[in-house]
Design a protein around this ligand. Structure first.
Ligand SMILES: NC(=O)c1ccc[n+]([C@@H]2O[C@H](COP(=O)([O-])OP(=O)(O)OC[C@H]3O[C@@H](n4cnc5c(N)ncnc54)[C@H](OP(=O)(O)O)[C@@H]3O)[C@@H](O)[C@H]2O)c1
Length: 254
């Protein structure tokens, strides 16, 4: 008998929250990791709502996902835009936010506005998304926050960006305490060979990819689907809250 088919003692089966019939909001879901979460959640029977700033991109992404998907524009740097986005949502069961736009670099080279940009966009953006989504979430709903491996192991001088990711992991723990039984978790991926890096100059991308492969235990980049798979795990495992998972090929350990 396989481990999976071994009967559980009465009352000990895991609390699973199936995605069938649920509504999953993906802010940043018009591309990259968020779009792969949309595909996986739709395949599991969920409805998905895609958010972002560019209507054409969102419409194309929704067409790609199929009839399970709808979309609305939102800018996570504007709290009123986030309020208006959620006021148009009839139902919300799970939320994941990849939306962020920021500059990174050394403290001695960046001006203060650029140094603050990861906080403005990625930290406060997700904070305001959580604030607007929380009153709509059912007790078995969940939030997944996006961090990044640079928070635990900065690959290059970018201290404000590293601090922002570490702060998001703290935010996840703090929100898990405040919002229980709604579950709040964080995903902190390593470098992913996907849409984000495809937009960057080839020489910068190649150098970062080579460094990342050398610096991980698995000598591989991540894929958007591998990160999306981790997000679905956090949506559906009813005993996960206040945790950060690190799909990074062993980068932070190494
Ligand atoms: N890819 C990686 O290697 C990696 C690794 C670790 C962490 N991360 C984190 O993952 C997130 C990026 O996700 P991704 O890799 O899937 O990149 P992506 O494909 O660029 O996705 C980001 C999405 O967010 C939207 N967006 C950007 N700024 C926004 C704003 N102010 N308001 C609303 N939407 C906004 C973008 O669309 P519009 O521009 O049309 O709005 C885009 O669709 C970032 O937080 C990044 O730090 C990525």
């Amino acid at each position: 008998m396989s481990v999976l088919s071994t009967p559980s003692p009465a009352g000990s089966s895991p609390r699973r929250h199936e995605l069938a019939g649920r509504v999953v909001v993906l802010i940043g879901g018009g591309s990259g990791i968020g779009l792969r979460v949309a595909h996986q959640a739709a395949a599991a029977g969920a409805k998905v709502v895609l958010g972002g700033r560019t209507p054409e991109k969102l419409a194309a992404a929704a067409r790609e996902v199929g009839e399970a998907a709808t979309w609305q524009t939102v800018d996570v740097t504007d709290p009123r835009s986030i309020e208006s986005f959620f006021s148009a949502c009839d139902r919300v069961d799970h939320v994941f936010t990849t939306a962020a736009s920021y500059r990174v670099g050394p403290m001695l080279k960046l001006d203060d506005a650029d140094a603050a940009s990861p906080f403005t966009s990625k930290f406060w953006g997700q904070y305001h998304v959580a604030k607007c989504a929380a009153p709509l979430l059912p007790p078995d709903g969940s939030l997944v926050l996006m961090s990044g491996a640079a928070g635990a192991r900065p690959p290059a001088p970018a201290p404000a960006y590293a601090a922002c990711n570490a702060a998001i992991e703290g935010l996840g723990r703090g929100l898990a305490v405040e919002l229980a039984p709604i579950r709040v978790n964080v995903i902190s991926p390593g470098t992913v060979d996907g849409n984000l890096w495809a937009q960057r100059p080839a020489h910068e991308r190649d150098a970062s990819f080579t460094q990342y492969r050398n610096d991980t235990l698995l000598h591989q980049l991540g894929t958007e689907d591998e990160i999306a798979h981790g997000v679905l795990f956090l949506f559906t495992n009813g005993y996960m809250t206040g945790s950060t998972i690190y799909p990074d090929g062993g980068y932070t350990l190494r």
